[in-house]
Design a protein around this ligand. Sequence first.
Ligand SMILES: NC(=O)c1ccc[n+]([C@@H]2O[C@H](COP(=O)([O-])OP(=O)(O)OC[C@H]3O[C@@H](n4cnc5c(N)ncnc54)[C@H](O)[C@@H]3O)[C@@H](O)[C@H]2O)c1
Length: 272
Amino acid sequence: MELQGKTAIITGSARGIGEGIALALAKEGASVVINSRKEKDCLETVEKIRALGGTAIAIAADVAKEDQVTALVAETVKHLGRVDILVNNAGIESAPTLLKDISEETWDRVMSVNTKGVFFCCKAVIPQMMAQGKGKIVNISSVAGVRMTFFGGANYTASKYAVMGLTNHLAWELADSHINVNAIAPGAVLTPLAEQNTTPEYREMTTKRLIPLGRWCTSDDIGNATVFLASDRADMITGQILAVDGGILTGFGEDLRPVIRQRMADMQANHP
Ligand SMILES: NC(=O)c1ccc[n+]([C@@H]2O[C@H](COP(=O)([O-])OP(=O)(O)OC[C@H]3O[C@@H](n4cnc5c(N)ncnc54)[C@H](O)[C@@H]3O)[C@@H](O)[C@H]2O)c1
């Protein structure tokens, strides 16, 4: 058990990737805080973890509201005594729209959860982690925070690039407090919501075009990477982006493989 005795807050963990991360951390012995805007939405995940013998509590907070985030951290310390790990997972997309059609309200909504939420959560846990002498922050960005992908709009891409900037800056700022700050860039993740919102044909097409390892990620894939970055084994890793994307960022999917093999064969024939 890699995380025995540690306490973790995972924002937006009532479902999807956040739930997968919470389960993975709890299986490694961490006490976890399940968070969403409404407490009732968190209870099923809390029960799943308790059924596995883990420790979990639900704390409602909107990450885009500073007073609620401050209360989230205070409640965690009150009930669990400490905060060793913060996973900034809560994030939203707007309906994919061309930039010319994105309203100011939509721009602000995505930024306020995806970027300002990370700022508020980091700001709230840092004094506690400093007092403890150590901490781990893992920001869930996206491959869209590394280069354009077609999964969301320009507002989503900008919000996730901003998370990468925050990660890089904070890693330096907090290094002398022994607080490590890293980011995970998930590729396409097959959450229940993604399964509902996409067709099997779309998933097959995107896999062939984009994912050399041949399948969409699962929440467990993201959970496993988070466990590593949150553990003492990652003590000398900070300011890094770990893409958990099946190879999307290489830029080449299965579709291109026969063309590239043919090209290599042609080149070898021309260079005996
Ligand atoms: N699903 C993917 O393919 C994918 C790919 C790359 C990155 N991501 C990122 O992973 C994270 C999780 O994505 P998901 O697909 O599991 O999303 P999801 O919508 O299934 O779950 C997000 C959770 O966050 C909660 N949430 C939303 N706004 C909140 C707020 N203001 N305060 C607190 N909680 C809030 C939601 O209620 C929900 O429980 C997001 O940051 C997303 O951008 C997802």
